[in-house]
Design a protein around this ligand. Structure first.
Ligand code: UD1
Ligand code: CA
Length: 449
């Protein structure tokens, strides 16, 4: 049985007060609509159709071919929005699963329950309902004495008595496609000038058809984002889910409420995350690490048994037993091999540091390749940029770079060489040699040459 999701996303999102379309606002690193898209495609196993409105170009650019698009212009309500999918879906699917782009917390399991109920039911559709204390603009579900669903009444049109109803319309439905398109034709314009999808309940009831309602046990999944305040609430719920899942799998957090981990991140057992830490993108962190406090790690790979404190890592790779920080910055292409020590105020960009290399204090390495067991003295800088181009620096194994050395690239320090404090190295230094001064000269020739 083919189930095709249709995600309604054409609403204007005026209350975000933003130039950015509402559904593209980031929620833990992903656009809002991505969550609805992932949940619907997982639940249905088909590529969703997204109903978009004005400014749809940016949405298409962002989401690409993860979904098919139909444009609703002008936006005349939820019923009108769904109707736009007819041209793509008529005779192409058995069921139509309708969800909302601005409900990022819905889980595939909840949608599957909705679909299963419709599959085991001969009425034209099943709707998802919820019961909460703060109805916040939701339509009320009206049932008869026997409990059969009669109508959905929008808050604006509801009587006092109807407003007191606790069961609310989630605006997620599973329709039999054969019935849907014809029924949408019968929806009339509301006094608000919109075609309400919710009118389909009364249309079905008029035809003596039964509409099923599934009451969710997880109302938090149906937080709708209309304002930035709602967006922050959704972040909190998502953060709680992600952190709980990680803690269950063996990751420790002292203060999970202050730790923001994005959905794509993987973290191994017995890693301890200290407060005020952000871990983003496709980051993978191994076992037994100490991360934080006050650390940001984005799109990086970290091995096992490392300590990373008060630091920022972006597109970096860190192997095992490495310690970084406090206050260091690993930028794109930084690669620290096993047992590297990177102390305070170090910056590393597009450079690799071999096993056991140490850089304790106040240094910058850019476009450099360092061997094993190197010691980088305090204040060392690779002068990798001449104002026009970047140049590389090569440092061999066991090199000792004296404090405050300037390495004017391109330049190479041979294995076991040394530089004196304050030297400005403009020419290659031979293996085993000591170079000192400004510009640096070799004062000790290699023994075995
Ligand atoms: C809708 C339901 C209400 C339900 C509530 C749950 C109707 C008439 N009402 O109300 O019963 O309790 O959702 O949140 O359906 N959209 C379009 N095009 C439009 C209008 C809306 O694509 O012309 C999209 C929006 O982008 C959004 C979704 O449809 O993703 C719901 O629209 P919204 O305006 O939030 O509906 P509500 O008035 O809140
Ligand atoms: Ca809404």
């Amino acid at each position: 049985m083919k189930i095709t999701p249709v995600i309604l996303a054409a609403g204007k999102g005026t209350r975000m007060n933003s130039k950015l379309p509402k559904v593209l606002h980031p929620l833990l690193g992903k656009p809002l609509v991505q969550y609805a898209l992932d949940a619907a495609s997982t639940a249905a196993g088909e590529k969703p159709v997204l109903v978009v409105g004005h400014e749809s170009e940016l949405i298409r650019e962002t989401l690409g071919d993860q979904c098919r698009y139909v444009v609703q212009e002008p936006q005349l309500g939820t019923g009108h929005a769904l109707k736009q999918a007819e041209s793509l879906l008529r005779d192409q699917t058995d069921l139509v699963l309708v969800t909302n782009a601005d409900m990022p917390l819905i889980r595939p399991g909840t949608l599957q329950k909705l679909v299963k109920t419709q599959q085991g039911h001969d009425g034209p559709f099943t709707m998802l309902t919820l019961s909460v204390d703060d109805p916040r603009g939701f339509g009320r579900v009206i049932r008869d004495q026997g409990g059969s669903v009669l109508a959905i009444v929008e808050e604006k049109q509801a009587t006092e008595e109807q407003l007191a109803v606790k069961e609310l319309n989630a605006s997620m439905y599973c329709f039999s496609a054969d019935w849907l398109w014809g029924a949408l034709e019968r929806v009339e314009l509301s006094p608000q000038g919109e075609y309400y999808l919710t009118d389909l309940v009364e249309i079905a009831v008029k035809d003596n058809q039964k509409v099923k309602a599934v009451l969710t046990e997880q109302p938090a999944e149906l937080i709708g984002v209309n304002t930035r305040v709602h967006l922050a609430e959704a972040v909190k719920v998502l953060q709680g889910r992600i952190n709980e899942e990680l803690m269950t799998s063996g990751v420790s957090m002292v203060d999970p409420g202050s730790v923001y981990i994005e959905p794509g991140v993987k973290i191994g057992r017995d890693t301890l995350i200290l407060p005020h830490t952000h871990i983003q993108g496709e980051t993978v962190i191994g076992e037994g690490n100490l991360v934080g406090p006050n650390t940001m790690i984005r799109n990086s790979v970290i091995g096992n048994d490392c300590e990373i404190q008060f630091s920022v890592l972006e597109q970096a790779t860190v192997e095992d037993r490495v310690d970084v920080g406090p206050f260091s910055h690993l930028r794109s292409g930084a690669h620290l091999a096993d047992d590297v020590h990177l102390g305070n105020f170090g910056e590393v960009k597009n450079s690799s540091l071999g096993k056991g290399t140490k850089m304790g204090h106040f240094s910058y390495l850019g476009d450099a390749v360092l061997g094993e067991g190197v010691n980088i003295g305090a204040g060392t800088i690779t002068c990798n940029y001449d104002g026009k181009e970047k140049h590389s620096t090569r440092i061999g194994d066991r090199v000792f770079v004296g404090s405050d050395t300037m390495l004017v690239a391109p330049v190479e320090l041979g294995n076991d060489s040394r530089t004196g404090a304050g030297s400005v190295v403009t020419k290659d230094v031979s293996p085993g040699a000591l170079a000192v001064g400004v510009p640096a000269r070799e004062i000790k020739k290699p023994q075995n040459k």
